[in-house]
Design a binder for this molecule. Structure first.
Ligand SMILES: Cc1ncc(COP(=O)(O)O)c(C=O)c1O
Length: 433
């Protein structure tokens, strides 16, 4: 890929055709031209490091501490009255992140809610959306897949008396290939779709960084009568999404990676409007999912009346302290704009790919396809631990999945072109020695 279009000022203006170069001054020039460069100062950046690990844990927005202190002060000074204080009342605090989350996933605000953590949310979605019958009981997943997704699915099958051995279908890369072919997903749906109750895939794969065609999968799944849901752990805040228009049934995510909301941060879900409005759909219920008009009737109202939004999947009142960092981070996403972030991300990761290919070493191979977000996964063919040690000693923060995959992720909110250049320079010196 030689020619790319520099969309950095806005995705609406047409831009200079730009060609990458491998000299250091090119990287410095790009950083000078980067309209998002000032956002880096909004984060605490680990000292003496080049942080390329935002796919695992995003950096801390500085504003999180300020907002957290506000809530601690409110608690100290107002006690229970904090629920109804003028500025950001706790009672409705979760709605403060709704608009921004909706923008990130391409949804109506009523279709999203921040709550719990990812695997818990997957379970709650499976409760409502995995409805096995005698003839339609299978679940389609992918490989490689994050263990927790498999545990959740298998335990849901077990809970319902469905045998996972017969009922879990896995689509995997073909022999000697690294990523899944879309056609293989469609072929499975053609062949076995009538017995598949649920398609549950990741938008962006945690290991390979492959971004699947979620719209096409949803369409195909629906044609065969399947429910289609996605795990967005590595997708939200990484690539633009249009979940509502794509007609996705549900999705669940965590917020500690691309959403920079801290270790174990609060997760979230998307539930399509048509399901939000369906009172007949079984949800595991709790008072915070009840219609707010009658929520406080407590013992006077024993029957659950779901509010007609994704909020109806909330069970408990949310942790304000968990919502605070998410709020701080989403303000930065709003400031940057999804389009500008994606534009920078494509340029930054494209630059990383270009520089790695320039090294032309047969000891490493990029396995992430062109359909991707920020992450590049690199297979190290020889002595991976040695390379990892060199990178760590040089202050590169990235991660390594056994046996031989290095995951490198430049984040458009806070990484620079120069950091990408520095990383590849260290990589190159190691490979050349
Ligand atoms: C794809 C995927 N699924 C599930 C999880 C588990 O998330 P949690 O601990 O928030 O349940 C992770 C965590 O990194 C993940 O990457």
């Amino acid at each position: 890929m030689k020619k790319i279009f520099c969309l950095m000022l806005s995705c609406l203006c047409t831009l200079d055709a730009m060609e990458y170069r491998s000299d250091e001054s090119f990287a410095l020039e790009c950083d000078l031209k980067d309209p998002l460069a000032s956002l880096r100062d909004e984060f605490h950046y680990p000292e003496n490091q080049i942080y390329l690990c935002g796919h695992s844990l995003g950096l801390q927005p500085k504003k999180a501490a300020v907002l957290m202190q506000n809530e601690l002060t409110a608690w100290a000074t107002l006690g229970v009255e904090g629920h109804f204080k003028e500025d950001a009342p706790w009672y409705s605090y979760h709605t403060l992140v709704q608009q921004s989350l909706a923008k990130l996933v391409g949804a109506n605000p009523e279709e999203v809610v921040a709550m719990n953590s990812l695997t818990v949310n997957l379970h709650l979605m499976l409760v409502s959306f995995y409805k096995p019958t005698e003839n339609r009981y299978k679940i389609l997943m992918e490989a490689p897949v994050f263990s927790s997704d498999t545990y959740a699915v298998k335990s849901q099958m077990q809970f319902r008396g469905v045998d996972a051995e017969d009922s879990l279908i896995i689509v995997a890369p073909r022999d000697c290939e690294e990523v899944i072919r879309m056609d293989d997903i469609y072929d499975i749906l053609d062949r076995e779709g009538d017995s598949i109750a649920l398609v549950l895939l990741n938008g962006v794969n945690y290991l390979t960084g492959q971004f699947v065609d979620m719209e096409a999968i949803t369409k195909k799944g629906h044609e065969k009568g399947c429910v289609v849901g996605f795990d967005l752990a590595h997708t939200i805040g990484n690539v633009p999404l249009q979940l509502h228009d794509w007609n996705v049934d549900f999705a669940a995510w965590c917020s500690y990676k691309y959403l920079n909301s801290g270790p174990g941060a609060i997760g979230g879900v998307f539930v399509h409007q048509r399901h939000c409005e369906n009172d007949g759909l079984v949800r595991f219920a709790g008072w915070w999912g009840n219609n707010p008009d009658t929520r406080f009737q407590l013992h006077l109202q024993p029957d659950f009346v779901p509010v007609k939004s994704a909020d109806s999947w909330q069970i408990s009142n949310p942790s304000i302290f968990a919502l605070v960092p998410l709020r701080a981070s989403l303000e930065l996403f709003d400031r940057a704009g999804t389009c500008a972030l994606r534009t920078k991300s494509l340029l930054l990761t494209g630059y990383l790919e270009y520089l790695i290919k320039e090294i032309a070493s047969d000891r490493i191979k990029i396995i992430t396809p062109a359909e991707r977000g920020c992450q590049l996964s690199i297979k190290i063919e020889d002595r991976p631990e040695e390379l990892l040690q060199t990178l760590q000693q040089a202050g590169i923060m990235c991660d390594f999945r056994r046996p031989n995959i290095l995951r490198i992720t430049p984040i458009p909110l806070y990484n620079t072109f120069h950091e990408v250049w520095q990383f590849v320079n260290i990589l190159k010196s190691h490979l050349n020695t």
